[in-house]
Ligand binder design. Sequence first.
Ligand code: FE
Length: 337
Amino acid sequence: MKKIVIVVIALLIAACQPPASNEVNLYSARKEALIKPLLDAFTAETGIQVNIISSKADALLERIESEGINSPADVLLTTDAGRLHRAKSAGVFQEISSTSLNSNIPANYRDKDNTWYGLSVRVRPIIVTNQAPSNELQRYEDLSNSAIQSQVCIRSSNNIYNQSLVASLIAASGETTVESWAEGLVSNMARAPQGGDRDQIRAAAAGQCSIVVANTYYLANMLANKDKADDYAAASKMRVIWPNQADRGAHVNVSGAGVVKSAPNRDNAVKLIEFLASDTAQKIYADVNFEYPVKPGIEINSILSQWGEFKADTLALTTLGENNAAAVKLMDRAGWK
Ligand code: FE
């Protein structure tokens, strides 16, 4: 009789436990069509359904903040360490502890407080036409050199990629030095900043300038997409210069993800991020946007390998977020529109 009572009590306790959820809500700044095959693979492996809300990066963060503790969001997937840091500073993420994430993702590519994790690496080198005086260009610092007057096309200072680049320069040489560098760069601009990274490549190919700063995946996209003949022709005229190879290395950044503080499906959220950092997912995830895998030892896309290997800056990317406000102010003072 006693045994039966114990069994009945055990069954009652089991019945009162909430069922393990089999879904996860992903707020994604990446194009749904591109990451869908990967998410389907996650579902096939784990049985966890992924519900995707896709939008622009800044809009997603605003949405999670305005939804507050009632937000259904479990995972925020977005680009740029500067943005990931903004989400962290806004209290949107929770700390997670995961041995697989810590072993798959190098320490500089994840937040030092374990709130966000890089999942793909993007590089922002100097990209030139054969009109560029390229002997003058070995380092980002050389972009302020008067020998390249009116040669540079670069997008505006309100773009996070440029803010993060400047944040990395501040980490390397301090605000005062970087401010005079920025003034020099502004005086070397061929035109007032306008358009996105692709537009800088198009302008250089059209002869408006010979030196561009842009993320490599834009160039790779243009080279991969031969149907867009004008863009393909423009990209084919360009050459990548990996900056700062004799010192700290080229400026890199990440796309990444974090678990939302109020995540209703927290365990599944961690599983999803762990899946995206796994060997099987890393190659596909990086290839989706012509980026580099964050996990060492994963094969890179053949379009990227044509530019050769490069030394990447090992700066902890949390620093890009921490220096963001200083970078924005400095660019403004230097007249970088
Ligand atoms: Fe981009």
